[in-house]
Ligand binder design. Structure first.
Ligand SMILES: [Zn+2]
Ligand SMILES: [Zn+2]
Length: 195
């Protein structure tokens, strides 16, 4: 059974295959904080130390079932990663590299319509942390777990690249272009939301 994906207003819906989630992470980087702040979703997304919970997974594990027209994309800079969100209510959905051959999606927990207990049961309880240097409160580091998670993600990327699985990605078309034209923030827009 899949985990339901739903934006906060309910117009964008989908489902997530839990078996394609490789690690749960909390990222404290300034860009993830800026993304949440740009969407004015910081209350729903950021924890007390400025962390964003993301589920590191294969993009092929996500299927949108309703309201795909609300999916939108932005980037914090001309070379920044793509940051996907539901434009109907500015709910963050996830982050992808610009190159779809790197089959990675950091799905933002906020768009999963399931209580924490269910996610713990389906995805495991442990979280790795990243970029704790820009946390603005207590954030534990998880060096050993991070090494294992990075290795597992690396295996996932290489396998998807070799077997062509990277083409199965709802955020990119078959030619490898993003399904939405990304809005690139200006320097001023970015500066205004960067902590
Ligand atoms: Zn919405
Ligand atoms: Zn981040």
């Amino acid at each position: 059974m899949n985990i339901p994906l739903r934006c906060r207003c309910g117009k964008l819906e989908g489902e997530v295959d839990a078996s394609r989630v490789k690690a749960r992470a909390i990222c404290y980087c300034k860009d993830c904080q800026a993304f949440a702040r740009f969407l004015k979703a910081q209350d729903a997304v950021l924890d007390a130390s400025g962390g964003t919970e993301v589920e590191a997974m294969l993009p092929s594990g996500v299927r949108f079932t309703k309201g795909l027209e609300h999916l939108a994309c932005l980037s914090l800079s001309p070379k920044g990663i793509y940051r996907w969100y539901a434009s109907c209510c500015d709910t963050p959905v996830g982050n992808t590299p610009r190159n779809p051959k790197a089959a990675y999606l950091g799905l933002v927990r906020t768009c999963l319509a399931a209580p924490d207990e269910e996610l713990d049961r389906r995805l495991g309880r442990s979280h790795i942390t990243a970029n704790t240097g820009s946390a603005h409160g207590p954030a534990k580091t998880t060096p050993v777990a991070t090494v294992f998670a990075v290795a597992s993600l690396g295996t996932m990327l290489v396998k998807a690249r070799l077997d062509g699985g990277w083409r199965d990605n709802p955020f990119f078309d078959t030619a490898g272009a993003p399904v939405r034209t990304p809005r690139v923030l200006t320097r001023e827009e970015r500066a205004a939301v960067t902590p």
